[in-house]
Design a binder for this molecule. Structure first.
Ligand code: ZN
Length: 212
């Protein structure tokens, strides 16, 4: 399986990193070896001094698809969870300056934290990411040592999950089990060893782990 990550999908986050707001979704990949599940601790890597959290809604692809039309995209995902796109910001800035790819900053082991995924049918009162082409709203939040550091809502994504699926599937086949990280809102920042991270999807606490 593969992990597709969307960059710059919230205007407030694009602004905080001084990035232009894109005209179409910007995406990059992480390998399956990057996944960290079951609220396992994240071990701070020795190659970076500036690991940032990015809290994101994660969608799981539920069936194989290629060049999927936006209007059918909602039938291609079946579960939603919360993820942290850990980023070595110091290395990413060096890559950006040199025009190099981002893998060292984005694709390392443990850089794709994924919560338990909830089937769409389990979401109860929560609205789906999209409904009849209209964006619903799924709220999420990250706390570090009990302080709220990021809040987001799928309503504020520049590109909806349906638009993302349509765009990405023009270039690469989506397969069952692939994960899409949909980008982070404003409020990204550094983690330190000892930090306690807790993430909520609406009122459900799905992330609860430590930096070691
Ligand atoms: Zn991200």
């Amino acid at each position: 399986m593969k992990i597709i990550c969307i960059g710059r999908n919230y205007i407030d986050h694009a602004k905080e990193l001084n990035n232009p707001v894109p005209a179409s979704p910007v995406f990059f990949l992480k390998p399956d070896s990057a996944i960290l599940r079951n609220n396992s601790p994240f071990f701070y890597p020795d190659f970076s001094e500036e690991i940032h959290y990015e809290t994101e809604l994660v969608y799981r692809i539920g069936k194989l698809g290629k060049t999927i039309q936006e209007k059918f995209a909602h039938t291609y995902y079946d579960a939603i969870g919360l993820g942290i796109d850990f980023t070595a910001r110091d290395l990413q800035n060096q890559c950006k300056e040199k025009g190099l790819p981002w893998e060292v900053a984005k694709a390392f082991d443990g850089s794709a934290v994924v919560s338990k995924l909830m089937a769409l049918s389990e979401l109860g009162n929560m609205e789906r990411g999209t409904k009849n082409g209209e964006q619903g709203g799924i709220g999420f939040q990250l706390r570090i040592n009990r302080d709220v550091v990021q809040t987001g809502n799928s309503k504020n994504m520049i590109f909806s999950i349906d638009r993302i699926i349509a765009h990405v599937s023009r270039y690469m086949t989506l397969k069952t089990g692939d994960l899409i990280f949909t980008g982070t809102p404003a409020g990204v920042g550094p983690v330190q060893i000892g930090h306690h991270l807790e993430g909520w999807l609406e009122d459900k606490k799905l992330l609860d782990f430590f930096i070691r």
